[in-house]
Design a protein around this ligand. Structure first.
Ligand SMILES: Cc1ncc(COP(=O)(O)O)c(C=O)c1O
Length: 490
């Protein structure tokens, strides 16, 4: 029975590593702006999308990437993107207004998800691409164009539930989009509204890591493109949605070791590794392991742009040729809406240690000036260690020192307000005034679940960039990608 520390060390980009080595800089930001604090690295999103672009080049495809804004609310990220050829996926009227206010022109914005009338109207009025969720939306959009004399609106049809081989449904049921089977009715409607609507293509978004399901959906879309052509339309894009994923951990073996040990702990074969013996979906019943691990695969050998590359390289289930080749032959552009993967390494959340309390022989309880809504890592099933930044600016290395297992609690008066239910190993016992840095929170983990519960302060947000070997910063809302704005982002 080995109880050696089970680290889950975060994968860190070069910029993130450099930032986390700048302890005094980060301490001074938190001293001025409070805890929690969200620190954004806007230059990183540009690098990430460039890697996605390189995949298109490798497959000789043309196309466009739309950053799925829902992953993060930062203005700096959105404004930084306006200087590139990237587009933006807006999933609400608020996101659309934000994108337009940040400098995106509507032709580079795609309105996705189910839409309320105001959102649909503004998208149509501005001239965004409308990723149509269903027949009702298609009719409503055409109605707005007709009633308000708007220019012909570009629409993409979101499809779902693709069946490739007989009864075997490879693609999961979704409450979004229109079933492939109902495509005919969408096409009838498009023919009726041919002066109002211009169908530029079809697409899907599947909330899964399963490549087979995505391959089936992509092949289905290529077949749907042919249907559109048979009806006299001129589609030119296939949208493969988002869901390319991120690898959060630096070492595959730490993930293997951790999940194996967790299974042993649930079975009572080693000491507990979690608060209250939580099993992350696993449980022991009469000496047998039951349930399934409900966790994000925190280490992923292939994620982000690499996942797209794999999708384009894999053979279509029925046509049995690489999907990238079929896409090329279809003369369609590839559209995609990466969210989580677009903001990989683009943000870190800092929290101040308030108290370290002995816990009756168990791991000490570390109380932080933030709560589980401010760090949604665990809510997304992502297990990864924070980085300890000492009050004096130093960063103890994981390999050195005397590792200590602790539990991390938030600032709400709720038993359940734990930042993670895991016993987290840190290279040294934290002290009040130290910071814990939760890296890679930009994708859904820093503002998607944040609340104003108990009127605890919500995180402020800053943008940072490296200049001449040192880190500079400004408030996120003051970040504009222009030169020489009075000492702001240069
Ligand atoms: C239509 C659509 N596109 C893109 C995304 C982004 O997904 P991800 O952040 O996993 O890349 C989502 C996520 O919900 C979505 O619904």
């Amino acid at each position: 029975m080995s109880d050696a520390p089970l680290y889950l060390e975060p994968r860190l980009s070069a910029a993130m590593t450099s930032l986390l080595r700048s302890g005094p800089f980060l301490q001074s930001l938190v001293a001025a702006l409070g805890s929690p604090l969200n620190v954004m690295l806007p230059d990183q999103i540009v690098l990430n999308l460039e890697v996605f672009r390189s995949v298109l080049r490798r497959h000789q495809l043309s196309g466009r990437f739309f950053f799925a804004h829902k992953a993060n609310r930062s203005s700096a990220l959105v404004r930084r993107l306006t200087t590139t050829d990237a587009g933006l996926d807006a999933a609400s009227i608020g996101e659309l207004q934000h994108a337009l206010g940040c400098g995106f022109t509507a032709d580079k914005v795609m309105a996705t998800g189910p839409k309320d009338p105001e959102f649909l109207w503004l998208a149509a009025r501005a001239g965004a691409i409308v990723h149509v969720d269903g027949l009702g939306e298609l009719t409503a959009a055409a109605g707005f164009v007709r009633t308000y004399g708007l220019p012909r609106l570009r629409v993409l049809l979101r499809l779902s539930g693709c069946e490739t081989s007989g009864a075997r449904t490879l693609s999961r049921t979704s409450r979004f989009g229109t079933s492939f089977k109902a495509l005919g009715r969408l096409l009838d409607t498009l023919q009726y509204f041919k002066d109002e609507l211009e169908p530029i293509g079809v697409g899907y978004h599947l909330d899964t890591t399963g490549l087979d399901e995505k391959a089936a959906a992509l092949e289905g879309c290529l077949l749907a493109v042919e249907e559109l052509r048979l009806r006299g339309f001129r589609p030119r894009a296939v949208d493969v949605g988002g869901g390319f994923g991120v690898s959060y951990l630096a070492h595959a073996e730490q993930w293997e070791r951790y999940t194996t040990a967790l299974t042993q702990a649930v079975m009572g074969a080693r000491s507990p590794m979690t608060w209250g013996g939580h099993g992350y979906g696993l449980r022991a019943e009469n000496g047998t392991l039951k349930g399934a691990l409900g966790l994000y695969p925190a280490f992923r050998p292939v994620a982000g742009a690499g996942y797209l590359d794999e999708l384009l390289s894999c053979p279509a289930p029925r046509l049995d040729r690489p999907l990238g080749t079929l896409l090329l032959e279809s003369l369609c552009d590839l559209y995609a809406e990466p969210g989580r993967a677009a903001v990989d390494q683009c943000g870190v959340t800092l929290g101040t240690v308030l108290e370290v309390r002995e816990a009756g022989g168990g791991p000490p309880m570390v109380r932080l000036a933030l709560n589980s809504g401010d760090i949604g890592l665990e809510q997304h099933g992502i297990l990864v260690d924070p980085v300890l930044l000492r009050r004096d600016g130093t960063t103890p290395a994981t390999a050195s020192g005397r590792p200590v297992g602790v539990h991390l609690a938030g600032n709400l008066c709720l038993e359940s307000d734990l930042i993670t239910r895991r016993t987290v190993f840190l290279p040294a016992l934290p002290q009040p005034g130290d910071l814990l840095a939760f890296s890679n929170t930009a994708g859904y983990c820093m503002d998607f679940t944040a609340t104003a519960a108990q009127q605890q302060p919500s995180a402020r947000r800053v943008a940072v960039w490296e200049e001449g070997g040192s880190w500079r910063w400004c408030l996120d809302e003051r970040y504009w990608p222009v030169l020489d704005t009075g000492g702001q982002r240069a």
